[in-house]
Design a protein around this ligand. Sequence first.
Ligand code: SAH
Length: 205
Amino acid sequence: MRQRHLAMRLSRLEGHPRPNPALEQYPTPPDLAARLLTIASQTGEIGERTVCDLGSGTGVLAIGAALLGASRVVGVEVDPLAIVVAEKNAALLNVSVEFILCDLNDPECAGNIPHAEIVVMNPPFGAQQRHADRPFIDTALIIAPVVYGIFNAGSRPFLESYLMGHGEVTGIENWQLPIRRTFRFHREESRDIPVEVVRIRRCPL
Ligand code: SAH
């Protein structure tokens, strides 16, 4: 499926009715989700693969991976309401995705996430809660050898030092993430945040 066609399909998905600022519930816009998934798909990392979406929210990345032919897709999310919306969204686009309710900060829960061939994620950037992205990166590299994530622009040095010995950054593409006025503390209607789509490969043990 072409990237534009995928973005069009994903634009039909419902958003979260009451996003929670503490969880940094900013949905990935359809064109950015389609871009990330198309890069991974063109590298042969989506079709016929087991894909896990960490912090799946209303499901855009997980559902997009299913549309691109993943053999199994698992979405992991801490917010039950987001899962309800994501399940409706998967049904709307006629794909099958398993959603698991799990707080990635809880090691027992994170330890039960099934292993995958690839993780896709748009983790919290840590703007509300410092280091909120770390359990995402840690879990991603435990469950899969390849990770595609959306990070704040300029995260590469942090990622490289954080990953030291566990993983390496093998690709980066720059994007603008339009953040609409979602929360009261947002002063402007909409604002573009520069972000990076990053591919990380786990280092062999
Ligand atoms: N993947 C979705 C949502 C991205 S926003 C998309 O691309 O549109 C980040 C998501 O991570 C939110 O849905 C939030 O509820 C979830 N999240 C935040 N902290 C979490 C945690 N500790 N464990 C699991 N999910 C978490």
